[in-house]
Design a protein around this ligand. Structure first.
Ligand SMILES: NC(=O)c1ccc[n+]([C@@H]2O[C@H](COP(=O)([O-])OP(=O)(O)OC[C@H]3O[C@@H](n4cnc5c(N)ncnc54)[C@H](O)[C@@H]3O)[C@@H](O)[C@H]2O)c1
Length: 278
């Protein structure tokens, strides 16, 4: 692998992916809106760029083998903000990939693309889109774009519907947790699998209480190792009795299933900022 481009490199998940990705390719080009992202790893360079600019994305993806697309607004927000970074931004990434002959887009999709499905339904990767927010709707758009660019333009995509890549800070997370080690394994499998076409896989650890089924994505060889069961007793003990009539407790999307459109879902989730500093 000669060149990988990582979008969202200044973000929390991007910060944990930079080092492993720098070891997979001769050249890692990290990009985000920030002016700089700290000390660079061997083989890494940094380019400040806006996903909302097609010209900037076309320049960025020149000679790339793959793009690992993690740049986005990572929360529910007013539609216009989502439109620019997450919808127009996704179009620009796939279009720039096509224009540059990039083989594959490895995409950070989300459980929020299917977040209104009830949690007591064990959903597979073929569950119909059922977004819980504008944020989830943008993930649906990007997954459909990925499908379209595979069918019509031969650009491969692996859409990783990440559940919760964050500390286990609430009862939902004992099912939805994705550890950073498992995230790195998932992204690595999405890159090193020789042929993927258009694929969807859930990004979740090997939790006893995992609420989604990755059987149809088995060919990717993603076999998560971590299990959030170790946090269960403490997490449940610290929690109030949960209201079963609240979609935030009953649906896959968790708090995103009950927030008003345009309002933050992350704000209610006790997420620790453990962005890896370099
Ligand atoms: N953290 C999770 O549990 C989780 C779950 C599901 C999906 N995801 C997805 O994973 C990706 C990374 O999530 P995160 O938690 O690291 O979020 P984050 O907010 O920490 O990182 C996202 C990065 O994208 C960048 N970005 C936003 N708009 C941009 C633009 N217009 N141009 C260039 N860069 C832009 C931001 O500056 C930020 O650094 C996102 O796509 C998110 O939707 C995360």
């Amino acid at each position: 692998m000669k060149k990988i481009v990582l979008t969202g490199a200044a973000g929390r998940l991007g910060s944990h992916l930079r080092e492993p990705l720098s070891k997979i390719a001769d050249q890692l080009v990290s990009t985000d809106l920030a002016d700089e992202i700290g000390t660079l790893y061997a083989g890494e360079s940094y380019v400040k760029a806006d996903l909302a600019s097609l010209d900037q994305m076309v320049d960025l993806l020149k000679d790339a083998d793959m793009v690992v697309h993690f740049g986005a607004i990572g929360d529910e927000a007013p539609f216009d903000a989502i439109l620019q970074s997450n919808i127009v931004g996704a179009y620009n990434v796939w279009e720039a990939a096509f224009k540059n002959g990039v083989r594959r887009v490895v995409y950070a999709s989300s459980i929020h693309a299917v977040g209104m499905h009830p949690k007591n339904e064990f959903i597979g990767t073929d569950a119909p889109h059922r977004p819980d927010t504008y944020y989830g709707l943008a993930k649906c758009f990007a997954e459909d774009l990925a499908s379209l660019y595979w069918d019509k333009r031969g650009v491969e995509s692996v859409c990783m519907r990440i559940l919760s890549a964050a500390n286990v800070g609430n009862p939902r997370a004992v099912g939805s947790w994705l550890s950073y080690d498992d995230l790195i394994q998932l992204v690595t499998r999405a890159i090193d699998t020789p042929v993927t076409g258009f694929a969807v896989v859930y990004g979740v650890s090997n939790n006893d209480r995992v609420p989604v089924d990755n059987a149809k994505a088995s060919f990717l060889g993603y076999r998560p190792k971590d299990n959030a069961e170790q946090f269960t007793a403490e997490t449940f003990a610290a929690s109030d009795v949960l209201d079963s009539q609240d979609p935030g407790n009953m649906c896959h999307g968790g708090p995103f299933a009950s927030v008003e459109l345009g309002n933050s879902g992350v704000a209610t989730m006790n997420i620790v900022d453990d962005t890896k500093k370099t």
